[in-house]
Design a protein around this ligand. Sequence first.
Ligand code: SF4
Ligand code: SF4
Length: 471
Amino acid sequence: MLIHLIRSPLGYFLYDAKVNKVESISKSLHDYLSQLEDYSNLPDSCPDTEEINSLQESGLLSPCTISGIKHPLTEHLPDFLDRSLSHLILQVTQNCNFRCSYCPYTDNSGIQRLHSTQRMTIDSARQALDFLHKHSIDAPTITVGFYGGEPMLEWALIKQVVYEAEKMFEGKELRFNMTSNGSLLTNEVLDFLTDHNFTLSISLDGPKEVNDKNRKFHNNNQSTFSCVQEKVNLIKNDYPEFLLRLTFTMVMDPANDYSAISALPDILDARNVPFLASIVNDLDAKEKHSYEECFISPYQYAYFLRYLSQIKRYIPAPIEIIANIFEQETFKVNASFQPSPLPDITTPGGPCAPGYKKFFVNVEGNIYACEKVPESESMKIGDIYSGFNMEKVNTLLNIGCLTKDKCIRCWAFRLCGSCMLYACNGEELSSQKRSDFCSEIKAQAHQLIRSYILRKDLNHHNIVMEEAVNG
Ligand code: SF4
Ligand code: SF4
């Protein structure tokens, strides 16, 4: 049985991965089950037989029969990669004019690449576009993204790629996007981005004193915040319509005061520009970031206020940096608990289908599933000259096979978020590394169930209140 017990202020619950359901249970059943070391066979002597029978009638508490791991897209992905590619991300340079302290390319444990002067040639960029063109026959919309390092260091190349893509994909909806530190924006650049259907993501981590702690120029000690704020003001003053195509990305360092970080939208005074915030990722960092009380308490309080806003007891500010994190969790909760039977042969949650939503081409023309993975042999799924290596694609799609015996006995099977990144040990895939993350992944799954229980209760509360008010 793949079950997990949850105790929360709202009561006692049981999650059963076999049917993907969370059910409320009695305290006595919770206490009884929590004493068992193994759920594979419930002893006949169980004191809550009636409750167990009733749960079993609803499909819960039945033996789990996963016998093998195979992603449901395994058979369809080759066709998809042949005809339906739609989103190419080009690494136009491995260089950057910043050296942010948390950046995986600044300092890491040897798994990610480091900053370098390698850049993409126009011939490689053309070849990547051509590859996308040949393999996107069924895709109505094409997106080309520019990534680095700092992609703006290769501005001439970006412009050339845009002109060529516009010719090549005539007749299809074509979009461009760029992830940038924002420091190199000029009027000429903004005119071009406006005219060529670009969306832009600018990174800023908080007000000056917070941002500048981690985000630093490579060659001088000037404030990166002041530089980027000037560029944001340029957009606000000269390109107000472009604000609709702008997003701020924020990496929150939990050593900083959350209240100070969250003042950024007011300081920038760029209304209606969304913030995509996340907490710094320590996956392959040499040193883990510390979580300070000045971050944890106000962050949790801001999260609590978001919950209150769900039952209309609090009106959130138009732009709050926590909004996106809360919405992402809402999306995840809504997507994760659809009751459905678990097939005998399936995959644990976590792996994305390489190429399905996007594919990343680095300066050398090698293809990877996304821009976050290390550019190592184990993560490489082909190149723009000879195409996808379907054996590698298949291995990464079915990354769960690495830890099959553990996964098929794991209650977090369906809620698992362990993708290929968690198994990458540089040049090879590592079942040990994947296993090392299991307790963290299970803690996240446990939290997701608690969030589901709370949100369900709040929804119920909302319905009851509305009925009371409206008669
Ligand atoms: S701007 Fe981006 S690529 Fe450059 S050092 Fe900072 S995080 Fe890394
Ligand atoms: S948490 Fe670990 S054992 Fe469980 S499904 Fe994920 S990778 Fe497998």
